[in-house]
Design a protein around this ligand. Structure first.
Ligand code: PAF
Length: 298
């Protein structure tokens, strides 16, 4: 299958590497410099500290994307999407798979005229080492669901991925994204502000109190019906990633922009529109925004 991967960050490099094992991939990057480096060096992946064989892929700056591939995988952070909407609207003609965290981007997807629009939730851990190298340090799965269009196509996509990079099909995109949103809304800001690994949120009895209250607030604001199921999922992610630092922890530590607007920003707006008091969501949102402001002032 001919696949375009849009975005040269950690997810873009990760998806390009694995997808190119069985497909004809072109990665579209923000800068021409990055595309040139990928063409020159190939894509490098380090899995559990072990360097894998580099792979040759096509690469070009995103302005050159014409939407000619059968599938476009949009591997950008949610806050980068608005800046790329004009390109996506003009060129997305076939199938597009969006891999953003959070839920706020869903309203943008209706503006895309492509017949098949899919969404995904990525459960891998990946860190970009340089313009063409990615560390795959948390082996997981990618869950996908139909937002609009043909489910058979999504089935076909799941069959062209290599066995070591599974793509699963979920029946309901809302439930899939909201489950991930709850995980990110509780784990990410708490670990970033308290400066702890994911597991400490449930092993430290004091932090666990905040963890439970944050979950309750999210559940209330989202109006979750199967409350227990979401809590179990959250606890199990926390246990499985106990030794990891969350992506938001790492973003704050490294002075990078975080995904707080897509995660707690979305929930805060929802709580205001529903007139629900959500003090933890409000406070943790502002703590992380404060960290981002410290970085801008530095
Ligand atoms: O953003 C992250 O770090 C991850 O989505 C998760 C699941 C919270 C694990 O660290």
């Amino acid at each position: 299958m001919k696949i375009a991967v849009i975005g040269g960050g950690s997810l873009g490099l990760l998806f390009s590497y694995y997808m190119s094992k069985k497909n004809d991939v072109c990665i579209y990057t923000r800068t021409k410099e990055q595309a040139d480096l990928i063409k020159k060096n190939g894509l490098h992946l380090i899995n559990g500290g072990i360097a894998q064989p580099p792979l040759k892929v096509s690469a070009a700056p995103v302005q050159d994307w014409k939407g000619n591939e059968e599938l476009a995988i949009v591997a950008l952070k949610q806050y980068q999407l608005p800046g790329l909407m004009a390109v996506l609207k003009a060129n997305a003609r076939s199938s597009v798979l969006f891999l953003q965290n959070g839920y706020g981007h869903i309203k943008l997807l209706s503006e895309i005229s492509a017949p098949d629009v899919f969404v995904g939730s990525v459960e891998h851990g990946a860190v970009r080492a340089n313009d063409y190298t990615v560390h795959h340090n948390g082996i997981g799965v990618t869950r996908t669901a139909v937002f609009r269009g043909d489910a058979n196509l999504l089935q076909e996509i799941s069959s062209v991925v290599p066995a070591d990079f599974p793509v699963l099909l979920e029946p309901d995109y809302k439930e899939m994204l909201i489950k991930k949103l709850v995980v990110n809304a509780v784990i990410n800001p708490l670990t970033a502000v308290l400066k702890v690994r994911n597991g400490e949120l449930i092993t430290n009895s004091f932090y666990f109190e905040i963890f439970k209250q944050m979950f309750e607030e999210c559940a209330l604001v989202l109006g979750l019906e199967h409350h227990e199921e979401y809590l179990q999922n959250l606890m199990s992610v926390c246990e499985k990633t106990a030794n990891n630092h969350s992506s938001m922890y790492k973003d704050v530590e490294n002075g990078r922009q975080t995904e707080i607007d897509a995660i707690l920003g979305y929930l805060l707006e929802l709580s205001i529109s529903k007139n629900i008091k959500a003090p933890l969501i409000h406070n943790y949102y502002h703590c992380i925004k404060g960290k981002e402001q410290e970085r801008e002032g530095a």
